[in-house]
Design a protein around this ligand. Structure first.
Ligand SMILES: [Zn+2]
Length: 226
């Protein structure tokens, strides 16, 4: 009986208590981000919407936000706490960002940087795929294509210097069997949640270009400055 009352109390609480900002805990009243952020954090959202340098075979790269403050909070919630809604809102805003038109213009496919299947299985979702799906929904003509496979479970990149990162992720990606047909001749926008040196994206781009893609660009939800 007690357990039942507790669960009823929880349900009533969820209905009566309005959602709180995931960054600061105030009431989540930010128009564009409800029910995720408050107005204050919305105003402070560290939008970057500019080009970033990643090198390799990536023709151009762009980041939507800095990996800090409310952006960092939402991306961590998406990745580790399964707050899919955060990814949907960020993906939609990435598609509409004024500075991103160069990255998205003429693109055929949006390809999320894949996780190794074991990590994907443990986490239940791939954060890059959530972002990519939301972007494709906003841009008619841009198709989400899950054409890459991560064949090696690489060490997390955090804390590794750039050269080490390149070695760590080298040959980590392959095209899926159907991927060759879909990506041949295509202009592809790779999507990832956080880019630091770009080593992971460069390895993914190399696999796409080896499979016949015409051009590979990168659009990251955020850039983390070393
Ligand atoms: Zn807030």
């Amino acid at each position: 009986m007690r357990a039942k009352l507790d669960s009823v109390a929880t349900m009533v609480g969820n209905v009566l208590l309005p959602p709180l900002c995931r960054h600061c805990g105030n009431l989540a009243d930010g128009d564009a981000w409800a029910p995720l952020l408050c107005r204050g954090c919305d105003a402070e959202f560290p939008i970057f919407d500019g080009a970033i340098a990643v090198g390799g075979e990536i023709s151009r790269a762009h980041a939507f936000a800095e990996f800090e403050g409310p952006a960092r909070r939402l991306l961590i919630d998406l990745k580790y706490a399964g707050v899919i809604r955060a990814g949907r809102v960020i993906g939609a805003r990435m598609a509409a960002a004024p500075g991103a038109s160069k990255i998205l213009r003429g693109a055929d496919l949006v390809v999320p940087v894949p996780l190794h299947w074991r990590r994907r299985w443990r986490r239940g979702h791939n954060q890059a795929a959530v972002l990519g799906r939301a972007m494709a929904r906003e841009r008619p003509g841009l198709l989400l294509a899950n054409v890459l496979r991560r064949v090696r479970a690489t060490r997390p990149q955090v804390g590794l210097p750039h050269e080490q990162r390149l070695i760590n992720v080298g040959a980590a990606f392959r095209l899926r069997r159907h991927g060759r047909v879909r990506s041949a001749g295509a202009t592809i926008v790779l999507v990832d949640d956080v880019v630091t040196t770009g080593a992971t994206a460069c390895a993914a781009a190399a696999a796409l270009l080896a499979g016949g893609a015409r051009e590979v660009r990168l659009y990251a939800a955020s850039v983390s400055r070393l």
